[in-house]
Design a binder for this molecule. Structure first.
Ligand SMILES: *[C@@H]1O[C@H](CO)[C@@H](O)[C@H](O)[C@H]1NC(C)=O
Ligand SMILES: *[C@@H]1O[C@H](CO)[C@@H](O)[C@H](O)[C@H]1NC(C)=O
Ligand SMILES: *[C@@H]1O[C@H](CO)[C@@H](O)[C@H](O)[C@H]1NC(C)=O
Ligand SMILES: *[C@@H]1O[C@H](CO)[C@@H](O)[C@H](O)[C@H]1NC(C)=O
Ligand SMILES: *[C@@H]1O[C@H](CO)[C@@H](O)[C@H](O)[C@H]1NC(C)=O
Ligand SMILES: *[C@@H]1O[C@H](CO)[C@@H](O)[C@H](O)[C@H]1NC(C)=O
Ligand SMILES: *[C@@H]1O[C@H](CO)[C@@H](O)[C@H](O)[C@H]1NC(C)=O
Ligand SMILES: *[C@@H]1O[C@H](CO)[C@@H](O)[C@H](O)[C@H]1NC(C)=O
Length: 732
């Protein structure tokens, strides 16, 4: 097996895969490109597939386009994937009707008590609408699904909702049922999930309640999704090694046309990209136009700033937080001291102490000091390792340690806030704890220790944003705050593929496993969105998004600095019960998003093709991106600005009591102070669905280049509290 670097460890643990250019090219000078052509023409005589073929014939000058056309998108939007040379790519990009041409790249997958923690309790304690819930279909774009998992059993389910137009074409030996009502495969591996990720995310969103599930006893209890009565349709857009843009677009093209109500997609690129080159932004735009909300994982590239990958305002982008359930693994040293680290260690060594060996001592001409400290596999020798517990500066050696006869590994963790499963007993220490271990190893005559079985703890310090969760600011639309919301994404127990490895080189097989990542947070929000939809089936994607964002719990910055601000958690931590009753919502429709794109200076020609209608961009203030009627308010200013005034225009729709009066208050949060004036400061509604507009004028001086200035605007009628973060920054 390939050696794992510290970087790939993080990736494999979090089940994050990353962007690189495609290698699926047969002919050396041809590459795969996506040719995106916007909305489908409504002309009755228009056949997209023959249009795609004639375009290809024209640019290639060949009558046979065999081996050129990879895929056609013909159901929900227009476009195709094809193998082109560089000059053909240039030609096709100039053709009428073509919005954008971009390489077919690889994107990456981003990985229960979490529902209780969020306030959505089991059984009668939670208000539910089971009849409507069973009409909700969640489209899961991921790495497939394990159809036989108990989480997807159809016991008690009636036939699929009438609106369902999908199919079950998951390949050989793959059957759907009345819970898992559809499957499609774009990888030619079959829709069966081989690594557990897709099964985990689907069951978190909408899995059945299954009692007495655990990972070897950890997290024992009833595991369930947010909407256990809802249906699932699985779209396998990720193969064993990657998720390609062309497969992702196919997944959207089909899911929209099949009649799903919501799309959850726990994958993405390393960085955000311009909307017309971003397959998820493109697919989600067409989903939004059809009333389907897309929920997408923020990415696992934190705490580095500017890494959040879903940045379009028509996508709900989800960060990851801890819950109050944590896993800790204690290590008892030979001198009696106990040190606490993190891992999910189900191996029971019965408290036996074994000799400790620090990788550092292996340095030689064949093994650099640095590799030795990290217990790099190239430095390991059976004679040094067998029967011992390795002490390593990094996690490199974990996956090979068993082969050399090691008993356990204690390592300095790169992500000390997350417990990972490993193929042998481990404990991951934070730097200070690791230092004290090293001082013991280096001072004791015959250092030894026992690695205990993991303990489940109640952690009051929660929710805390996960270190790995990708951070803003938004590099594509700087005035749209991203991520939007945060949800549990650390140490989540959910269904797993029984033939997948719970960790690399792991010979155990389980039906439920513990994973961490924004991939795991994303389906929590999809579940909440579906839950809201069961009470308000007619609500648009933006109404659901607004309800989730404006009712979120405030999250406190735990550390100072930009990585623990709204750029980490957006509007805050989801509160599913409050989201059912938001009082007021910020509504957006397709026309608003088009006005926003106008404000981003997209040419009206491109806009016309994207939206399928002719578009005239107005020059009014309303079209400034920051005036999009979004549930959060943000503006990026130049660093040289001293005294500034920024205005936001917003409109609220009453979805609460017919007659209600809301008063505004502003609460300062962090950074140099903002003076906020709201006009009018009181909004009075007489009817349901009535809209009222207001203006928020923010004054301040001397922005901090390292810390955004923020405040919260709260509209309250005494019952509802409709909160929006206001974030002004100059960080770049
Ligand atoms: C179908 O797949 C399941 C799960 O991998 C396996 O247990 C079963 O043997 C397979 N059946 C056939 C006919 O291949
Ligand atoms: C899980 O909890 C149930 C009920 O408390 C118990 O019967 C079962 O043995 C537990 N399972 C494990 C693996 O600990
Ligand atoms: C054991 O070693 C640790 C690490 O060096 C040290 O902090 C601790 O005080 C020692 N405990 C005893 C009882 O000597
Ligand atoms: C509780 O969670 C916080 C935040 O992740 C973490 O810093 C702390 O170490 C945890 N406490 C324990 C006892 O693991
Ligand atoms: C945030 O801090 C305030 C003041 O310390 C406290 O009252 C509040 O409960 C905290 N909120 C959260 C979500 O921890
Ligand atoms: C759009 O163009 C106008 C006029 O050139 C410019 O002032 C504005 O900053 C541009 N907006 C964006 C988002 O690039
Ligand atoms: C547009 O914005 C400018 C500066 O913020 C303001 O002076 C002007 O009144 C606004 N115009 C409209 C029509 O709101
Ligand atoms: C900027 O604002 C500060 C405080 O509000 C004020 O004292 C100062 O005169 C202002 N500077 C300018 C150039 O307007």
């Amino acid at each position: 097996m390939a050696k794992l670097t510290a970087f790939s460890l993080l990736l494999s643990c979090l089940l994050v895969l990353f962007l690189s250019s495609t290698s699926a090219v047969t002919d050396e000078d041809k590459k795969e490109y996506i040719v995106y052509m916007g909305s489908l023409s409504s002309r009755a005589d228009y056949t997209p597939m023959s249009h795609h073929m004639s375009i290809l014939q024209e640019v290639t000058g060949e009558s046979s386009i065999q081996g050129r056309l990879v895929r056609s998108y013909t159901r929900s939007f227009n476009g195709f994937a094809a193998r082109l040379t560089e000059s053909e790519r240039e030609k096709v990009a100039k053709m009428e009707g073509v919005v954008s041409v971009f390489p077919n790249e690889k994107l990456q997958l981003q990985t229960t008590s979490s529902w209780d923690f969020m306030g959505l309790k089991e059984g009668k304690k939670t208000k539910r609408n089971p009849t409507v819930e069973s009409d909700i279909i969640i489209g899961v774009l991921d790495g497939g699904i394990w159809p036989e998992s108990e989480s997807f059993s159809d016991k008690g389910f009636g036939p699929p909702p009438k609106k369902w137009k999908g199919v079950c074409s998951g390949g050989k030996n793959f059957t759907c049922n009345n819970k898992l009502i559809g499957a499609r495969d774009y990888t030619s591996e079959g829709a069966r999930d081989s690594d557990g990720h897709g099964t985990h995310t689907a069951s978190t969103a909408a899995g059945n309640a299954v009692a007495d599930t655990s990972f070897f006893g950890f997290g024992n209890g009833t595991v369930r999704g947010g909407v256990p009565a809802a249906r699932i349709a699985a779209y396998k857009v990720c193969g064993e090694t990657d998720c390609t843009s062309d497969a992702i677009l196919s997944g959207f093209d089909d899911a929209i046309a099949d009649g799903v109500d919501l799309i959850t997609i726990s994958l993405g690129g390393i960085l955000a990209r311009i909307f017309k080159y971003d397959p998820i932004a493109i697919g989600a735009f067409h989903a939004m136009a059809k009333g389907i909300l897309t929920v997408n994982a923020a990415g696992n590239n934190g705490p580095i700033t500017r890494t959040v990958s879903p940045v379009a305002p028509w996508i709900l982008s989800v960060a990851a937080t801890t819950t109050n359930r944590g896993f800790v693994t204690k290590v008892v040293l030979g001198n009696g001291t106990t040190l606490v680290g993190k891992s999910v260690n189900a191996f029971d060594l019965k408290g036996t102490k074994y000799p400790l060996v620090y990788g550092k001592s292996w340095a030689s001409s064949k093994c650099s000091a640095e590799s030795a400290r990290d217990c790099s596999p190239s430095c390991m020798q059976k004679s040094r390792v067998e029967g011992k517990i390795l002490v390593c500066d990094g996690p490199d050696g974990i996956w090979d340690a068993t082969n050399f006869g090691a008993i356990a590994v204690i390592f300095q963790s790169l992500k000390p806030d997350v417990a990972f499963i490993h193929p042998l007993p481990t404990s991951g220490f934070q730097p200070e704890v690791f230092e004290s271990l090293v001082s013991y190893v280096e001072s004791a005559d015959s250092p030894q220790a026992a690695v205990l079985r993991t303990e489940t703890i109640f952690n009051q310090t929660s929710p805390v944003i996960a270190s790995f969760s990708s951070r803003g600011p938004n590099i594509i639309a700087p005035d749209i705050l991203k991520p939007d919301i945060t949800a549990p994404g650390v140490e989540i127990l959910a269904a797993f593929s029984p033939n997948a490895e719970p960790s690399e080189h792991d010979t155990r097989r389980v039906k439920y496993s513990v994973l961490s990542g924004t991939s795991m947070a994303c389906p929590h929000i999809a579940g909440v969105a579906a839950y809201i939809k069961t009470f308000y089936p007619k609500w648009s994607p933006s109404m659901i998004q607004s309800a989730i964002m404006t009712t979120a719990w405030p999250v406190n910055a735990t550390e100072t600095g930009i990585t623990s601000t709204e750029f980490a958690y957006g509007a805050g931590h989801v509160n599913p019960i409050a989201a059912l009753n938001p009082g007021l919502v910020y509504e957006l429709d397709k026309a608003d998003h088009i006005a926003f794109l106008c404000g981003m200076n997209y040419t009206s020609d491109i806009l016309k093709i994207i939206s399928g209608e002719s578009v005239t961009c107005s020059q009014k203030n309303e079209t400034l991106p920051r005036n999009l009627n979004y549930p959060s308010m943000s503006a990026k200013l130049s660093e040289s600005v001293k005294n500034y005034t920024v205005t936001f225009i917003r409109t609220l729709t009453n979805v609460g009591k017919p007659s209600s009066t809301y008063k505004s208050t502003v609460v300062a949060d962090h950074g140099p102070k903002l003076s906020v004036e709201v006009t009018p400061s009181v909004l009075t509604f007489k009817t349901v669905n009535e809209k009222q507009s207001f203006r928020v004028s923010v004054r301040g001086s001397d922005l901090d280049s390292e810390l955004p200035s923020s405040a919260n605007l709260i509209w309250s009628d005494g019952t509802h509290s409709v909160r929006s973060p206001i974030v002004i920054y100059c960080y770049s």
